[in-house]
Design a protein around this ligand. Sequence first.
Ligand code: ZN
Length: 277
Amino acid sequence: MDTRLLLIILDGVPWRNWRSLFGNLEGWVDSGEARVWRMRSVLPSISASCYASIHTGVTPAVHGSTGNANVFRLSVPDIFSEVRKSGGKTGAVTHSFWSEFFNRAPFDPVRDIEYDEPDSASINHGRFHTMAGYGHANQMTPSDADLFATLTMLSQRFGLDYGILHTCTLDSMGHRFKHACEEMDHACAHMDETLAPYISRWRSAGYEVIVTADHGQNDRGHHGGRGEEQQDFALYYFGDAAGPDADTLLRQTQLAPTILNRLGVPIPQTMTDEPFL
Ligand SMILES: [Zn+2]
């Protein structure tokens, strides 16, 4: 591996919330530690479809996941499979959909809630949560403090070359409380404060870090369709690479080949969009 990298996905955070409520991330943009761009999700702007596109670099029309009820083991190459081919160690602290898409499906909670498989062709070290029982009044999301600590533990214990963390807290908050409200202001600020010390820690440990979302949300707390509110979010990059002009609109299908490029891993033929770093 040329570089080691951690990808942090905060589910369902629209562009305006990133830029107005994440004070630590924005402070690092001001100081030059981080760069930020606007990225637009694939369509449909639904979580499962976006997870699959984030990691494969292809659209839902190609990978075939049309929504949250259509989750299966994907057949196209993804970041995990390509990092493994190059001998890198991978880790994931995410919703169980990520294990199903990129390792094995259906998700068996006893077998798959946590695994360490050094010879795996996809995820070597996985820690997952299902959010089983999720509903409007009961988020069923783990504490983000626990998730950040778990990724840090995996990276230290196993020397991950590539790790991903994904949390649905803010997406669930948006569905429940909508936006432009006290609850969402506080939830975003709390996430920013919880995440910030870990970014410093991961950078000190030699990782490049990308913090972004899978899609946005409109003012009614909805996403899935077209439009800036539903599709657009920020992407913060902490690392040494040069990037495009600040006003460039990035495509979500650029993320997978960009990450492989940073790691020094060959980009598979299926990832046809161009790296932006
Ligand atoms: Zn989502």
